[in-house]
Design a protein around this ligand. Structure first.
Ligand code: HEC
Ligand code: HEC
Length: 205
């Protein structure tokens, strides 16, 4: 490895020390600043989005937030809306934003078709053995909070419209940055099942 010649010994020492110390701790305060200035109009400054087609980010798992933002930035997760915003974020910005949104309190979701909740709950905990759909709680936990370890996102209290759109993208092989499992699941769900599940997720606190 070569360093530019004008690098002084103290700078070099700092650089090497920084490398050894690894990434600096994320700063949720700096994340909150970017959230207020850049993300708030669509996701809400606290990650509770005012529009049902824009996902809630409050309480989302930090490892998932980090990965998705990196994937929007690299283009692995395709979104015309998110790409330009993600492109301008540094790795530190992304870590700070993940620290901010993951520690915000999720607002309750909005259920629009309460008659589907019983069906949705059964699917969530039992899947559909006839069509080979696994239960959701095995990965997303019984309360829908997901898990930071393993990259399982929080799906509880999410907007119905956003969830339905993601099922559509998975089933159509248009959301390709993750593991295969969600594409398989989405392609096996009937339209009514996706509706019932989306409503049930919105009902979870
Ligand atoms: C103009 C509206 C808009 C702005 C501004 C915006 N987003 Fe988004 N965001 C969206 C939409 C729409 C999606 C869903 C895209 C998709 O389907 O992949 C999304 C998705 C996301 C996701 C994925 C959520 C999930 O559950 O998978 C994250 C994380 C995210 N945005 C973070 C941010 C951050 C951080 C900022 C500010 C730097 C920001 N967004 C600015 C509209 C916006
Ligand atoms: C084997 C583990 C696993 C199972 C079972 C599973 N998921 Fe997922 N799910 C994931 C992972 C990992 C992701 C992260 C994104 C990706 O890989 O595309 C995800 C993403 C999602 C998303 C997108 C979240 C967002 O914010 O964009 C939704 C919605 C979802 N899952 C719903 C469900 C439902 C409903 C079920 C049950 C029918 C289910 N999942 C079963 C692992 C699983």
């Amino acid at each position: 490895m070569t360093y530019p010649q004008r690098l002084t010994a103290p700078t070099l020492a700092l650089l090497l020390f920084g490398m050894a110390a690894g990434a600096p701790a994320a700063d949720a305060g700096k994340g909150a600043e970017i959230a207020t200035n850049v993300c708030a109009a669509c996701h809400g400054a606290d990650g509770n989005s005012p529009v049902p087609t824009f996902p809630n980010l409050a309480g989302q798992q930090p490892s998932y937030l980090t990965k998705e933002l990196q994937d929007y930035k690299s283009g692995k997760r395709a979104s015309e809306v998110m790409a330009p915003f993600a492109a301008s974020l540094s790795d530190a910005d992304i870590a700070n934003l993940a620290a901010h949104f993951s520690t915000q309190k999720p607002a309750p979701g909005t259920v629009t078709r309460p008659e589907l909740l019983t069906r949705g709950k059964k699917l969530y905990f039992e899947g559909n053995p006839d069509s080979g759909v696994p239960s959701c709680d095995s990965c997303h936990e019984a309360n829908g909070a997901g898990a930071n370890n393993g990259g399982f996102p929080r799906i509880a209290s999410q907007h119905v419209d956003y969830t339905l759109e993601q099922f559509k993208l998975y089933a159509g092989n248009k959301r390709m940055n993750g593991k295969r499992v969600m594409r398989t699941i989405a392609s096996r769900l009937s339209e009514e099942e996706t509706l019932a599940l989306a409503e049930y997720l919105a009902s979870m606190p």
